[in-house]
Design a protein around this ligand. Structure first.
Ligand SMILES: [Zn+2]
Length: 509
């Protein structure tokens, strides 16, 4: 894909400290099967009578007028941006179970009530993991000046267990891939600390393939510590899943095998991983590692749910959503106050333009996306019998970056029924991409039960620079890009809810 075709008029940014391409950076097979229709077609609106938005979908003059009004309101709205500001700057980090997560639930509830909505809090029991001390130093390494040590920037991985209270001091083994790790004997690994040094493919990210770069690296974070534990390692470190450049540690969950051994696990920065790897080539490197996270008893929390009731088919539902919890290092601005702010604004604007759409539009602020997905799972369970009447579910969870198309996952039959609306909206910004899994983590449980899931395909070239770091803060959010997402998601949600496209009529139950 030509970068300039994807990002017309935008300068291609580069860094002087470019990182090398990951040695086995394979991309998921769905990338080869995608259908990305590039088109310059814009929503075509005429006054009076029915006219085509594109060749595959027709909308009444009233709906077209409404869409124009929604777009105009979105283009000048400050509301989403101000929600993000409050969630980040006044409430702060919102890790599941924290007082701030509870404050965020209460805040969104009150805001939506101020807009005249009834609010439902759906109870969700969440894991309450808290970070502790985080320290690391190289205590022995080739060329060491006597009496010195080297500080290593480290952060605990989410849901990981602690080191002993005095920490662990042990030699490090560096591997780049699981293949390399699998070739090591248990004797070699036993008693050591394993560093999975798999680089995030920054070039792929800059070329518009950030999600694939993430997928190819994140497995070391999610599975590496469990695999190291099974070979007797004392602890595991992973290279942060994100580009280097600012010496930022990126947290994120890791997963132990059920019933398997559990060891302390942290992420070191790309710069520190490079340093350790370079020293290890020359001789033994020993590290002292102290990580003291812990699990508190599970906490009561909530998904925040608000309906704009449908006038003709209230039982048929279109979901628009983001997740309210965040990691604790930053303030969760791009991940995911941006998504929540836009989703709130979608409901606000649609209510202003047409308070009685044909179908119900449901806003959801999910809880616990980051370290358990209890909110998404709970919803699929609690609303199981109603899921066949869910027309589609949308989640925004890739920051503020402007939309370049739509991503969708649905059965062939449901895809066909939605395609008129999807292309009418998606083709105006770049196309419709058919993906193999739910494009939103919180939507996965209902996706598995057959609900079509949709997300904007956003500009994520720099999303992973800050993702899950201390630098995910409000200043990263650009109001103009947020408004572009708002505009496109308002149009999409509304046209899905208007049920005018004959082909989007759901099959009789
Ligand atoms: Zn997220």
């Amino acid at each position: 894909m030509n970068l300039r075709a994807l990002y017309p008029g935008m300068a291609v940014q580069s860094r002087s400290n470019a990182y090398v391409k990951a040695p086995d950076a394979g991309y998921p097979p769905w990338m080869n099967r995608v259908r990305l229709t590039l088109t310059l077609a814009m929503l075509c609106v005429t006054s009076g009578g029915r006219s085509e938005m594109n060749s595959r979908s027709t909308f009444s003059a009233a709906t077209q007028r409404d869409v124009m009004a929604l777009r105009a309101a979105a283009q000048s709205s400050d509301y989403s941006y101000e929600q993000v500001r409050f969630l980040c700057n006044s409430i702060g980090p919102r890790l599941s179970g924290s007082q701030q997560a509870a404050a965020a639930v209460d805040y969104v509830k009150r805001q939506m009530m101020d807009l005249g909505f009834e609010v439902k809090l759906e109870p969700v029991t969440v894991r309450h993991w808290v970070r502790g001390q985080e320290e690391a130093q190289l205590t022995r390494y080739p060329g060491q000046v006597p009496g010195t040590s080297q500080k290593i920037v480290v952060t605990a991985l989410g849901n990981a267990v602690a080191t002993p209270p005095d920490g662990i001091t042990a030699p490090i083994i560096v591997v780049n891939t699981f293949d390399e790790f699998d070739r090591l004997s248990t004797n070699t690994v036993k008693g050591k600390i394993v560093l999975f040094n798999h680089p995030f493919d920054e070039f792929a990210a800059l070329a518009g393939r950030a999600e694939q770069a993430y997928e190819s690296a994140v497995k070391y974070r999610s599975q590496g510590p469990a695999r190291a534990a099974e070979k007797g390692a004392l602890a595991a470190l992973v290279r942060s899943v994100g580009p280097g450049g600012s010496r930022l540690a990126h947290t994120g969950t890791t997963k132990y095998r059920q019933g398997g051994p559990q060891i302390a696990a942290g992420a070191v920065t790309a710069e520190d991983a490079d340093l350790i790897a370079a020293l290890a080539v020359r001789g033994e490197v020993e590290i002292h590692l102290l990580l003291t996270p812990r699990d508190l008893p599970p906490a009561q929390s909530y998904n925040v749910i608000v309906d704009l009731k449908g006038s003709q088919h209230p039982e048929q539902i279109v979901i628009v959503s983001g997740h309210l919890d965040s990691w604790d290092l930053g303030t969760g601005a791009i991940d995911d106050a941006s998504g929540v702010g836009v989703a709130m604004d979608v409901l606000r604007i649609i209510k202003q333009v047409n308070p009685r759409p044909a179908r119900t539009i449901r806003f959801v602020a999910w809880m616990n996306e980051e370290n358990g997905v209890a909110g998404g799972r709970g919803y699929a369970e609690d609303y199981k019998s109603e899921l066949p009447k869910h027309i589609a579910a949308i989640e925004l969870d890739f920051g503020d970056g402007r939309p370049l198309g739509l991503k969708v996952h649905a059965s062939a039959e449901k895809l066909e029924s939605l395609s008129g609306v999807l292309h009418a909206i998606g083709d105006s910004i770049g196309g419709v991409l058919t993906v193999e899994d739910s494009p939103g983590v919180d939507l996965s449980p209902m996706d598995e039960l057959g609900v079509p899931t949709i997300a904007p395909l956003q500009d994520t070239r720099h999303y992973f620079d800050y993702h899950h770091t201390a630098a995910d803060t409000f200043d990263k959010v650009r109001i103009d890009e947020l408004r572009q997402n708002l505009e496109i998601i308002c149009s999409l949600v509304y046209t899905l809810a208007q049920k005018e496209d004959g082909s989007s009529e759901p099959a009789p139950q």
